[in-house]
Design a protein around this ligand. Structure first.
Ligand SMILES: Nc1ncnc2c1ncn2[C@@H]1O[C@H](COP(=O)(O)OP(=O)(O)OP(=O)(O)O)[C@@H](O)[C@H]1O
Ligand SMILES: [Mg+2]
Length: 390
């Protein structure tokens, strides 16, 4: 392998594959991370997403070498690093509390990793890094003279100057307000694209994971429940936890009536609904399934207009119980004989003034947008209700 010595940040640090093999972590009788196999391709932006306590930080710390795995191995760019201490791994971590040195200015904070390795001429590299994170004009300020987002970028620059093959980020945006968070998400994504190294990003915020990552692993109770591209996870959740944790899903308990061509026809609340058979794992007539449909895929019509709904759409009758106007859309809750509290999001284009609480409505959608899940799981997994119940 050729050693790259150029100071050019765009080419100096080729991303490394991260490979976890049967890695696990137990504290006494409690298992924080169950044996996990995971390959994070070189150069990808990978997110570990899950609720508090699901094992995200523990997994990240095992990659960094800050936590010793109970079983399994970690390899980086093809090299087994399980026995290596953190500072010998080609990895740097950005923590939620940026941990900048308060007495050093921004320039010296960024230069720190180079100076520690005895490198004397740091100017070119520090300036490149400050340009990369767009803080060129702030070199002589102290950390407390920067905003939260700017401090966050200093922390990223300070880690990247060491040319790690992998950058680990543990809730790096947790301390920022929502607007700045959004801005920094795009900023981090830009930096990752520019330097091309592997980013492993830990977050409990599903929107953040979907905005930034090429691949998201959804963790639940120390296990990866599903892994995929954001759109694929969102459109094709395989468990109720993923369906509820990533956005909102309506999950309607139904009984399979028959297979009709490519479709599965199910009964719910006295009506019949269809879904693509390939979006439902081997269900047979008589089986119970959960039919899933996202709130934004549903159209709401006033009951008086039911006759105008085109044939071939799934439809359920119901009554609006709540409506909230949130700017881009109006969100409704609808009770139907098939299920209570169905969520419907309608874009605010032409609002029907009759759609108010108490109104009788018909919910309808393209059957192809429905998915089917195993009814043995809790339909509440991954919702706030389930989280509060512990
Ligand atoms: N040193 C420890 N001793 C005992 N249990 C621990 C220890 N460190 C972590 N745990 C437990 O392991 C589980 C996973 O912790 P971890 O920090 O990985 O969660 P997390 O997904 O990062 O959560 P959060 O989003 O709250 O940061 C938790 O239940 C936690 O209480
Ligand atoms: Mg954590």
């Amino acid at each position: 392998m050729t050693q790259q010595t150029s100071g050019d940040t765009a080419s100096a640090a080729p991303g490394g594959d991260v490979r976890l093999t049967r890695i696990s972590k137990s504290y006494g009788s409690f298992t924080a991370v169950h044996p996990l196999d995971l390959t994070i391709p070189a150069g990808s932006f990978f997110a570990l997403l899950g609720a508090s306590g699901c094992g995200k930080t523990t997994t990240l710390r095992m990659i960094a070498g800050l936590e010793e795995p109970t079983t399994g191995t970690v390899s980086l760019a093809g090299q087994d690093v399980t026995a290596l201490p953190p500072y010998k791994r080609p990895v740097n971590t950005v923590f939620q509390s940026y941990a900048l040195f308060p007495h050093l200015d921004i320039y010296e904070n960024v230069a720190f990793g180079l100076r520690r390795r005895g490198i004397k001429s740091v100017k070119k590299q520090v300036h490149e890094m400050l340009e990369l994170v767009q803080l060129g004009d702030f070199a002589r300020r102290k950390p407390q003279q920067l905003s939260g987002g700017q401090q966050q970028r200093v922390a990223v620059a300070r880690a990247l100057i060491n040319h790690p093959q992998v950058l680990l980020l543990d809730e790096p945006l947790g301390a920022l307000d929502l607007k700045l968070r959004r801005q920094m998400q795009l900023e981090l994504k830009r930096i990752q694209t520019e330097v091309g190294i592997t980013f492993v990003h830990v977050t409990h915020d599903q929107e953040e994971a979907m905005t930034m990552a090429d691949t998201v692993a959804v963790m639940n109770g120390g296990r990866v429940e599903q892994l995929g591209a954001p759109a694929d996870l969102y459109e094709n959740p395989r468990t109720t936890f993923v369906a509820n944790f990533l956005g909102t899903s309506n999950l309607i308990t139904a009984e399979v009536a028959e297979k009709s061509g490519e479709d599965l026809v199910v009964r719910a609340g006295g009506g019949r609904l269809a879904l693509p058979a390939q979006r439902c794992t081997d269900a047979r007539p008589g089986d119970r399934v959960l039919l899933g449909i996202r709130p934004e895929k549903i159209t709401l019509s006033h009951a008086d207009d039911a006759g105008a709904i085109p044939d071939g759409r799934n439809r359920l009758t119901g009554r609006i119980t709540e409506s909230s106007f949130i700017g881009v859309s109006t969100q409704y809750l609808v009770d139907s004989p098939a299920a209570a509290g169905l969520s419907v999001y309608e874009q605010n284009i032409e609002r029907d003034p009759r759609l108010v609480p108490g109104a009788e409505v018909v919910l309808h959608w393209n059957p192809a947008h429905s998915f089917g899940l195993d009814a043995d799981q809790s339909p509440l997994a991954g919702t706030e209700v389930a989280e509060e119940a512990g």
